[in-house]
Design a protein around this ligand. Sequence first.
Ligand SMILES: [Zn+2]
Length: 495
Amino acid sequence: MTLRSAHEYRSSPRQISVYNTLAGRKEQLDPIDASSHSPEVKMYVCGLTPQDQSHLGHGLNSARFDIVRRYLAYRRLSVNFVQNVTDIDDKIIDKVLKTGQDPLAMTRGYTDEFYALVDRMHGLPVEKLTRVTEFVPQIIAFIQALIDKGFAYVTPEGNVYFEVSKKGDYGKLSNQNTSMLYESVRKELDKEKRSPLDFALWKRDESTSLSQPSPWGVGRPGWHIECSAMIHETLGDRIDIHGGGLDLKFPHHENEIAQSEAFSGNGFANVWMHGGLLNIEGQKMSKSLNNFTTLVDGLQKYGPAPFRFVVARHHYRSGIDLSDKLFRDNLNALLDFHRLFARVPERDAAQADTSSLEAQALIESFEAAMDNDFNSPEALVALEKARAAIAQQLDSGKATSEQVAGMTKLVVELGQILGLFFDSLEAVETQGLGLVASMLGVPPLSREDIAALLRERAEARAAKNFARSDDIRKEAALRGVEILDSKSGSTFRFV
Ligand SMILES: [Zn+2]
């Protein structure tokens, strides 16, 4: 897949504005790197804690930030994307102690599975994947620096805590001050800590092979310090964009800010981007509600391309409520695009003509939407309007084939910036037929079945056997397929 030609479409040097959680408003993205040619954007998004198979929420997070990366690249920014793997963590240790698995083999397995699925979703590869297990000495040095600067203290038990009261602006990301927070925490009977708000940087622990020696005894790092130290090691003290799900805003990201700013004496991430939460059929996804969907199962059921389409249809900051019905409706919309692409096979050979007024208008509205806090649903509306206009031109025969091919190619290439259109029409049809059949609890029709039904129905209609033609329509409806008639023949959609 190439974005190279798409780069050339760039119309005006408009700025990108991004909603910054830290500022509580949209701000211009102003890269720290001031080079005029393709400035670097340092970007970090909290990644996987591989104690189990990844779920739909992980896929959602990955697909959302993939759109951001692709658009920044389209805007000629050179994104340096780092993501961590929290392969030392309480949950991992709990699981290892319960199951007796080798921690490294287990976390490797889940991590490899996840990134293979990201690849199936056509996610861009991560520039650098930082595993905590590969950074423990650097994390220890980071903690030592915080102790030396007076922001952290060691307890007689061999734990190290960050002393929240030493960081006067603690709570600025989640808009809480320490006195509010103090009221909200249960006064833990933890005599070790100077304040219940203090959080662990190092935990004394000898229970698994993940533990390592440190100046404070054998133990392992706390969760928050891992991100701060690995960002410092890979991207430096100041980065452009820090992202993650909204559920990480407090305490994880708040604590990252406290640690990193205490360490460097400077600001940390210029922009904090948070993705809205995921629901399944109106409910939070959880194992106890029995709606927990692993990413591998979700992609099997809905397909990687329809999944990306649904993600692009929702703004990254808004919540997303996944359901079979939502996927079915979006499969119809995706089908419309692929049917158009199939009607214009010459698009691949075409030179996308971007000089026409309609091409310029499409580029303008696509960029205006994406420059406005990566508004992918609005950008997708612009593509849908263009799709409808091209289909109409094809029907009316009003445009030249060069114009149609050029515009179609433009729609494909702009769509690729949203992570779309990497699948074939056949794959999308098969995926949709499977989904509607599973929703109805009937065996799915194959593409060949549909073709045979449409053929038989055309023959029946030609022979004026309308009863048979109606029966075929009813048969298809029972399998989740509505037959649509038009002048150019019959087609179908998912119902
Ligand atoms: Zn993190």
